[in-house]
Design a protein around this ligand. Structure first.
Ligand code: EPU
Length: 425
């Protein structure tokens, strides 16, 4: 198994380029199922989760030509509508094929994703929305069996009692080929949802309320969509935030290129609260560290445009060396604090009570062996290691490979002392 060996204390400098967003690319790939003609996608991040979903489409029978950061998916050749456990268990986002398979083919079977390190993550909202559109759903043998009514899914009013990114995406895709209008109330408003809406519109579906919590989707009535132009994936706001935190925790000036500053606002606000300055020029941002010590920060995670849960762990790493106690409250996932005990192994002083972490300041972190537990927790450990005195080995970095394209190469380009090694065990 690979691990990262990082010797901390180096100042970073220079600029790096941000890639496409994993969480935008996944629904875009799933939405290719709504077409019976080729879909071209560009600026795809080269990460494991993307390859996993492409593999699933390949198993379903789609023709997938993937090279570097582009893919051409021809879902015209899909022959199977069974998303198998072997793939879904590797990546929860595979559930995103449920809506598109059901609406295009009238029935499908998708393995239940099962548990996850950051929380229970049920899919009840996805299923309720499809049922509202007339689907009959049964859970048997660990699979969701979904059957559309005769003639296809019917537009419906779907009211979510909780905001869910994935459930909004599945409902949007199902509604895109349904008959009539589907209203989605309390929809998620993340930039990744906006990208999916724009793709469906480019495919011929009218959607009102894009970027708001109330979406109206005028379904195509069973006709497959046709995406005539390549879809270019939006920049990854979590990758951007992670590298800005790398600048902050090492008191370095770093520049990121090919960003979308609008999507980064809550992250920039918190970094500025901590005493950093972010200079945005077009699609570039430069982070300048504070003159004195980093200040404390108070964070409550929330749905977009609130502070993203996917940045919580990274800010916790930065807060460990601030001048005063920071409070971080996780509101989206019930168990997204697995990084706390690992950060404490590096000398941090973090106390947990329920879903609130009190991060008490320490003067210095010290290198140690630590274990990655999920994608964002892993990046928090890497950030802490960049600031720690001595050498840190971050193990189980397959979590990192799921969502960060060449994290080690990008940090090394900024001057970090970071190497990928193979463990003998
Ligand atoms: N929820 C339910 N029922 C459902 C669906 C969700 O109770 O049917 C709950 C979840 O358990 C959670 C909350 O609703 O407590 C929000 O979950 P959501 O459905 O919004 O999350 P997701 O779609 O599973 C996506 C991202 C996550 C990100 C969350 C929140 C993708 C592929 N994943 O997950 O990204 O944390 O939204 O913003 O888009 C990551 O990239 O590391 C990551 C975990």
């Amino acid at each position: 198994m690979d691990y990262l060996e990082i010797t901390g204390g180096k100042k970073l400098s220079g600029s790096i380029s941000i890639g496409g967003a994993k969480n935008a690319a996944l629904p875009v790939i799933a939405a290719a199922i709504l077409s019976d003609q080729p879909t071209e996608i560009e600026n795809l991040p080269n990460v494991v989760d993307i390859r996993t979903l492409l593999r699933l489409l390949d198993i379903l029978g789609a023709k997938v030509e993937h090279e570097g950061n582009s893919v051409r998916i021809d879902a015209g050749s899909i022959r199977s509508t069974r998303a198998v456990y072997e793939i879904v268990s590797q990546m929860r986002a595979s559930i995103l094929v449920l809506g598109p398979l059901l609406t295009r083919f009238g029935e499908c079977e998708v393995s239940l994703p099962g548990g996850c390190a950051i929380g229970q993550r049920p899919i009840d909202l996805h299923l309720k929305a499809l049922e509202a559109m007339g689907a009959k759903i049964e859970i048997k043998g660990g699979y969701v069996h979904a059957v559309a009514p005769e003639g296809g899914l019917q537009g419906a009013k779907v009211i979510f009692d909780k905001i869910s990114v994935g459930a909004t995406e599945n409902t949007l895709m199902a509604a895109a080929m349904a008959h009539g209008v589907t209203e989605i109330i309390n929809a998620a408003r993340e930039p990744e949802i906006v990208q999916l809406c724009e793709m469906l519109q480019a495919g011929g579906v009218t959607i009102e309320g894009i970027g708001t919590g109330r979406l109206s989707v005028h379904g195509s009535g069973g006709a497959p969509l046709h995406y005539n132009k390549p879809i270019s994936i939006i920049p990854d706001r979590i990758e951007e935030g992670t590298y800005l935190c790398a600048g902050a925790i090492t008191y370095s000036t770093v520049t990121l290129e090919r960003i979308n500053p609008e999507h980064l606002q809550s992250t920039i606000d918190k970094l500025e609260t901590m005493g950093c300055h972010c200079d945005v020029q077009g699609d570039r941002v430069t982070l300048f560290p504070p003159n004195g010590r980093l200040k404390e920060v108070h964070i409550v995670t929330a749905e977009y445009p609130g502070f993203p849960t996917d940045m919580q762990a990274q800010f916790m790493a930065v807060a460990t060396i601030a001048s005063n106690e920071s409070l971080i409250e996780e509101r989206l996932f019930e168990n997204r604090f697995m990084h706390v005990s690992e950060l404490n192994r590096l000398g941090a002083d973090i106390w947990l009570k329920g879903n609130v972490a009190a991060v008490r300041p320490v003067d210095q972190l010290y290198g140690a062996d630590v274990m990655a537990t999920d994608l964002r927790a892993s990046s928090a450990l890497v950030l802490a290691a960049l600031a720690a005195e001595g050498t840190t080995r971050v193990r189980r970095i397959y979590h990192l490979d799921r969502g960060y394209e060449d994290l080690q190469g990008k940090l090394a380009a900024l001057g970090a002392d970071i190497q990928r090694k193979k463990s003998q065990a």
